[in-house]
Design a protein around this ligand. Structure first.
Ligand code: PGA
Length: 252
């Protein structure tokens, strides 16, 4: 399990809709000396990917997409392929976010196909999994995670080049954008379970990194960062404001 360097991934969702605002954020990122050694990936709107990749050219910050097509190319109006993302220099891509599962009815099969497209293009997939509030109260979290992981593991176990990095973001759906965060003890149990499950059910040399997402902010970040197996954060709301994001990255 890869834990270092701890990585900070900003999921801007559809919140920053102006290239000028996105570019100003990046200018601050580039100008801030203390952040030069931090592992940071920013995931803006697709339409801003290319100009922002140009802006960070030569810097060590990475840019990620928030979604990609399950198909490699063809008559799929409105879709963006992993090939096109790779072509402009995009190195990370989120797939299977709970908002896509919920609002766009994405299934585990579809998400696994998207991850496969990303693997082929050497783009690191950031695959999101997580239980609903009902699953949480019914104590069926690991059962849900196991189901969400099964197709993904099939793909990993059939991939020829298994040395490619693979990020798995555990995001309890009830913690996303709500300010609610699970207890450290609960998260420790879930991360221990995920680490063991991946070890037992995947090719041993896969470069797994486990991330946590869901209401990460200045207050919640530090105790979660200490949890064994947590190798990074996927940050939504708190990544929209440069100063807030910077504080989280520089807290430790
Ligand atoms: P949040 O979002 O930090 O606003 O809870 C996280 C996410 O949806 O990835």
């Amino acid at each position: 399990m890869v834990k270092k360097p701890f990585i900070y991934i900003a999921n801007w969702k559809m919140n920053i809709n102006s290239l000028k605002t996105a570019s100003t954020f990046f200018a601050s990122l580039i100008e801030t000396k203390e952040l030069q050694k931090s592992a940071i990936v920013i995931c803006p709107s697709d339409i801003h990917l290319y100009p922002l990749i140009q802006q960070v050219n030569g810097m060590h910050f990475n840019i990620g997409a928030q979604n990609c097509s399950a198909y490699s190319s063809g008559a799929y109006t409105g879709e963006i392929s992993a090939t096109a993302l790779a072509d402009i220099g995009c190195t990370y891509c989120i797939v299977g976010h709970s908002e896509r599962r919920l609002y766009f009815h994405e299934t585990d099969d579809l998400i696994a196909q998207k991850a496969q497209q990303l693997f082929i293009q050497n783009i690191t997939p950031i695959i999101c999994i997580g239980e609903s509030e009902k699953d949480y109260t019914d104590k069926t979290t690991t059962k849900v995670l196991q189901k969400q992981l099964s197709k993904i593991l099939e793909i990993i176990n059939h991939a020829h080049d298994i040395q490619k990095p693979f990020y798995l973001a555990y995001e309890p759906v009830w913690a996303i954008g709500t300010g609610k965060v699970a207890s450290v003890q609960y998260l420790q149990e879930i991360f221990d379970w995920m680490a063991k499950h991946l070890e037992e059910n995947s090719h041993s040399s896969t470069l797994f990194r486990l991330l946590y997402g869901g209401s990460v902010d200045e207050q919640s970040a530090e105790p979660i960062r200490q949890i064994k197996h947590v190798g990074g954060f996927l940050i939504g709301s708190a990544s929209l404001d440069f100063q807030k994001f910077k504080k989280i990255v520089l807290l430790h």
